[in-house]
Structures are given as C-alpha cells and as structure tokens.
Design a protein around this ligand. Sequence first.
Ligand code: PGA
Length: 253
Amino acid sequence: MRKPLVVGNWKMHGSREMAKTLCAGIRAAGDAYIGVEVAVCPPYVLLPQVADSLRGSGIAWGAQDVSEHSAGAYTGEVSAGMLKDFDTRFVIVGHSERRALYGDTDVLTVGKLRQAATVGLVPILCVGETLEERRAGSTEAVVARQLDALLGAADAAQLLSSLVIAYEPVWAIGTGETATPDQAQAVHAFIRARLGATAADTRLLYGGSVKPGNAGELFAMPDIDGGLIGGAALKCEEFVAICHAARTRPGRS
Ligand code: PGA
C-alpha cells in the first residue's frame, strides 16, 4: 500500500522564529493529515528546532541534502549519521538546484542516497528534465539516465527498498507553471515501469509549483502518490491545504 506523502522543501528560507510559527501552525492542523504522511525539510541549522517542535505530532522532518561520505575531513558537509541523530526521517537528494548550481551528478547523487539508506533515512531522489530537454522530446531519456545511475548499482535492490522518487520538471519549479496532470502522470508511469519489480510499492511524488488549487487534480492521478512542495510549503495555510488534498486520495496498492 502506498500511503500518500507530502513533503515541504523550505530551501534556503526561514529563521528560528519562522520555523517556530510555521511548525506550530502545521501541527495544529492535525486533522488534515489523517491517512497522509507529512514531512518538512528545513535548512540544516533549523533541524534541531523543527524536531523539537514536531516531535510526537506524527509529522516527520527531513534534510535537503547529505554528504556522500560517512565522516571525515569534508568541511561544510553534514553526514547521514548526524541527521539520524536528530531523528530525521527523510533526506532529499539530487534536487535540480543541487544538480544545476552545485554540480551534483547522477553518480554523486546515488552516493548520497546510499549514505542515507545505510543509516535508515528515507531518501527522496529528485529527477526531472529542463524545458530545453522537454522541447527536444528527451524527457524520458533524461529521467531514464537519472534513474539508471541507481538501477545499475550493485546494491540497487537494497537502495530501492526504502526510496521515494520525486518527479520535478525543472521548468515547473518555482515558476508558477505546473505540469498538467496528464503530463505528470505520463512521466510517473514511465518511472514506475522503469523501476521494475519494486515499483508497485515505491512512492512517486510530483513537484513543481504545486498549490492548493492544483494539488487535488495532480494527486488524483494513478501514479502520483503525493507532492514535494517548495514555495507553498512556506505558507501554513497553503501547505495544510495541499496535505488535505492528498488525504482525499486513497492509498494505492
Ligand atoms: P516549487 O518547488 O513548489 O516552489 O515549485 C518545488 C521544489 O523545488 O521541490
């Protein structure tokens, strides 16, 4: 059974004050989450505070990135074990902003994913094409390449067992332009087919300008199991409404 999942990606936004207010608001709307798994991913420095604010609420927290190493002389990096130490449940890997701005490759992303899985975190692997790639008709080829780095790994079966995948077309991230439900569903179905045997249990999220107004129709698609939410995750009312939209979508088996 694939339980719907909604994850907020705060990106590099927030402060202690904002995190306190936003977490309290999200927590107070508990009824909206029945039947839905909900998580927020603040910047690293806010994780301890978010953990304290959400502990016992059933709402999970996650990080936006992780090192591909377990420990050592890697200035500025944060290990999976450190995240686990704060009871972190999820970690986003391979977000398109990491890929485009910080050079995260497919191989590096799998290394990060492996570290996360090793300590029992649930990695959220982001894949998706740019506008040029979509226009050139290479959406599936790009997504296949991003997935194949994982599927070709010797420990692929193990890595796939705990994984969440987020399809985030780069042209829809932070632009207000959303993939239509049909466009998103087509890529989700492609991803599920590519995953093979474990696919029926793997949750596939859609990300890219998800708002309260479009969440319901996206989440109604058969292969969309929830969302990875950027901008709207910073506004309590919008995030709660999106979680509520996922609730109306029954778990799929
Ligand atoms: P957006 O971001 O909802 O602001 O488009 C989504 C994401 O980058 O995960």
